[in-house]
Write a protein of this length. Structure first.
Length: 150
């Protein structure tokens, strides 16, 4: 293995460690368990996309599109939801402008009968698993399957 083949990886690793060391020196809270956990949660979707793209490059020709990979993450997360599960925006984040717009939009939104929405807290609770007869009449399952099969 020549030096040229591992030099980019070594350079990138050194840069990441140097940036981490700089941040730790400048801010005591950087290496706390809470902050590292938040960094991991924030970067996990991008890491999964990067992993998929790496696999595509390694097998030379197998295309894993970024959109399909992100869709898989959303579908997997929704598949694991069960009645009683609650998803909500953290109280510390609710004041952000994007969430203010979402809150206003949710006030006039009618949730499906299998979902309970609390617009003020930006929260939703799965009350029951959705059934086919609860889906909108204009929803074409065949079109959904065709779209995600591309």
């Amino acid at each position: 293995m020549s030096a040229r083949s591992w030099l980019p990886l070594a350079s990138m690793s050194t840069l990441i460690v140097a940036l981490g060391a700089y941040a730790a020196i400048r801010q005591d809270a950087f290496l706390t368990r809470y902050n590292l956990g938040n960094l991991l949660l924030a970067t996990m979707p991008l890491a999964l996309v990067a992993l998929g793209q790496t696999v595509a490059l390694l097998v030379r020709g197998f295309d894993v599109s970024v959109a399909a990979l992100m869709t898989m993450c959303v579908v997997t997360a929704s598949y694991t939801m069960k009645p009683g599960d609650r998803v909500e925006v953290r109280e510390s984040r609710r004041g952000r402008e994007a969430f203010k717009v979402i809150r206003e939009t949710l006030r006039s939104h009618t949730a499906p009968e299998w979902l309970s929405l609390d617009a003020a807290k930006l929260a939703g609770t799965v009350t029951t698993l959705p059934r086919r007869d609860q889906m909108p009449p204009d929803l074409s399952e065949q079109l959904v399957v065709e779209y995600y099969s591309r």
